[in-house]
Unconditional design. Structure first.
Length: 291
């Protein structure tokens, strides 16, 4: 009877131990399963975090490249890039769910696409403006060259007109005459017989010359380099001219004959020189000899 009771107690102990073992195994299994789930969650969070960081880094690179183009939107692009950098710092520090950062990333990504479209539009506008500017520069350059040619032609034309408008003094002649008591003039080549020198010249017709009163200065120099006649002095700027007489002419673009007498006495033998000046410019000259 006592043996039977002892066997029953032993069975009860074995049963209790078996139950404890089963419970322990079940608890260990649960702990293992929970650890696996936690590890999976950690890996998943890490992967998602890394993916978000990569996407944010790509977003930042896009902004950096756009900013480097130095467009009129540079300040706006820098501000948006700073938002991306700030979110990258937040994601890096986070230890939990990154879903909230995904939403922020998507918002920043949408904004980036809008801004990149604006940048592309600006680039196209700049390209168009550059082409227009280059065309304008080319046209201006051609116009400048054309104007330079015109200026050169005008200068040459002005010089030509200036030259053409100058009056030509031609046929300068000088002859010595003896005066008779009757007033008659007899031409002579003898110095001792000469009483006057008759000097004549022609102002040629010129339709483009300026009409009006003209004054010519006639200078007669004998063989001893003496200026005959009035020996007046005219000054033009810083130059002076000693002349024998002046001839005032009313010029009306037609040919004009000028004849003037230079009275004198005791003319020297030798070569005489006659110069006609328009102000201080020598316009005609000749010489003659008295024996």
């Amino acid at each position: 009877m006592e043996n039977q009771k002892r066997n029953s107690n032993l069975k009860a102990v074995v049963l209790v131990l078996a139950l404890c073992l089963i419970a322990s195994l079940a608890y260990i299994f649960k702990l293992s399963s929970d650890a696996k789930v936690a590890q999976t969650k950690i890996v998943t969070v890490t992967d998602e975090k890394g993916k978000v960081m990569d996407e944010l880094a790509a977003l930042k690179t896009t902004y950096d490249e756009a900013i480097a183009q130095n467009t009129s939107m540079s300040n706006e692009l820098i501000a948006e890039r700073d938002k991306v950098v700030k979110l990258m710092v937040e994601v890096k520090k986070s230890t939990g769910n990154v879903n909230q950062y995904k939403q922020k990333f998507l918002s920043l990504q949408t904004k980036m696409k809008e801004m990149m479209k604006q940048v592309d539009d600006l680039k196209k506008q700049n390209q168009t403006l550059t082409v227009q500017r280059d065309s304008t520069v080319t046209v201006l350059g051609e116009s400048k060259k054309y104007n330079e040619v015109l200026v050169g032609q005008n200068e040459e034309l002005s010089k030509t007109v200036e030259k053409g408008s100058k009056l030509s003094v031609l046929n300068l002649k000088t002859a010595a005459f003896k005066l008779k008591s009757s007033g008659k003039q007899i031409e002579t080549e003898k110095a001792r017989r000469a009483d006057i020198l008759k000097i004549s010249f022609t102002i040629a017709e010129n339709s483009i010359a300026k009409s009006g009163d003209k004054t010519y200065y006639v200078q007669v120099i004998d063989g001893k380099n003496n200026v005959l006649g009035d020996k007046k002095i005219a000054t033009f700027n810083d130059k002076s001219l000693t002349y024998s007489f002046d001839a005032n002419v009313k010029y009306e673009n037609k040919t004009v004959e000028v004849i003037k007498d230079l009275a004198g006495k005791d003319f020297e033998k030798g070569v005489y020189y006659v110069n006609v000046y328009d102000k201080n410019e020598l316009v005609c000259k000749s010489s003659f000899t008295l024996k």
